[in-house]
Design a protein around this ligand. Sequence first.
Ligand code: ASP
Ligand code: MG
Length: 424
Amino acid sequence: MHQVAQLITRDNEPKIVVLSALSGTTNTLVSIGDALAKGDKEKAKQIIDQLEGHYHAFILSLLLKDATRDKANKIISEHFEFLNIITRISFNEALNKDILAQGELMSTKLFSLYLEEQGIKHALIPALEFMSIDANDEPQVPVIRQKLMPVLDANKEVGLFITQGYICRNSKGEVDNLKRGGSDYTASLVAAAANCTVCEIWTDIDGMHNNDPRVVEKTVPVEQLSFEEAAELAYFGAKILHPTCIWPAQLEKVPVKLLNTMQPEAAGTVITQEAGSVGVKAIAAKDGIIAINIKSSRMLLAYGFLRKIFEVFEKYRTPIDMITTSEVAVSVTIDNDQFLATIIKELEPFGTVEVDKEQSIVSIVGNDIAQTQDILSKLFDALKPVPVRMVSYGGSKHNVSLLIPSGEKQHTLKLLNKGLFGLN
Ligand code: ASP
Ligand code: MG
């Protein structure tokens, strides 16, 4: 927070600062909800007390003056009082959402106190007044804009706004959220709604890397990506960005910058409308994929087969990520196994169904991959030792996707790092 305060006061440009919860807090709040859902009030109480201790210690290192420390301790005590009350009443999903909202509510209030202590003029604007999702749990930029603009106008002279990421109201007016990691999404929605000149996402890595730094030793930040490329990478596993957070910025053509809080001078990654350079830019991998193969002898010269299959997935609201077909069979992948058993049952009348679990999608993303001559040969050369289960290519100009057993992921990412980027 000390660092963030410096970052946001480096220039006098008006800005809206979207804060997430303190590291680890939302995970802890999830475990409080889990304990309560199981009826384990003892355990919930124990986790709450531990978290409260963490916050009171945090205040000591964040703030200097006794007066602001007192204010902060009082605010934090109120939030924990609320959590403690929840352990005593009957638990439900709406209350769980209230629990999950505490992290961002506390972080923004503490940060606001720190700014106050430093004499930095600002306005804390409650996200619950303008961030909303509709009956399908989707945020709508025009709706957010309509509620946000009056809030900004009311504080015109300030120019520095602090608000909560992640939390919002749903169509019933209850406290809800944009799903885990949703603060990026808030930032992008706010940037689109307020027509900002740029949406900066400050994390702890210097941009989107060309490969997964947790798996491969040598990776480099990618300078520039198009919105499509970035969306593809985020969706297929690049942890730095929330997968849904691209579309609002893209909608209003607001450039997105991925920057490193710990190394503010590093260039990071810029995401814009244009792709910039041609060729492969990055690789990402997504685990927990299930491949389903449906083989029908009747598919030969048949029409309507694919529709029937897709309808089953649609019925269970299970998105398909990858698809490949041959004349008699189709393979699809899903990452949500909630309805797997039922889906398989309903597919069985159409043919022989086979399921492979523990698969990973490796996605090779770039611009005009199809037009860039030797990419495919380099790719398959590098992949010689890997048992590739599916290949998807040609669906977009930005992407080649491979399905491999998860056990082969590390090996595959390393081979591609060398084969496509010449990095070891
Ligand atoms: N605090 C929320 C979470 O941990 C939102 C975020 O970090 O972006 O999921
Ligand atoms: Mg976070």
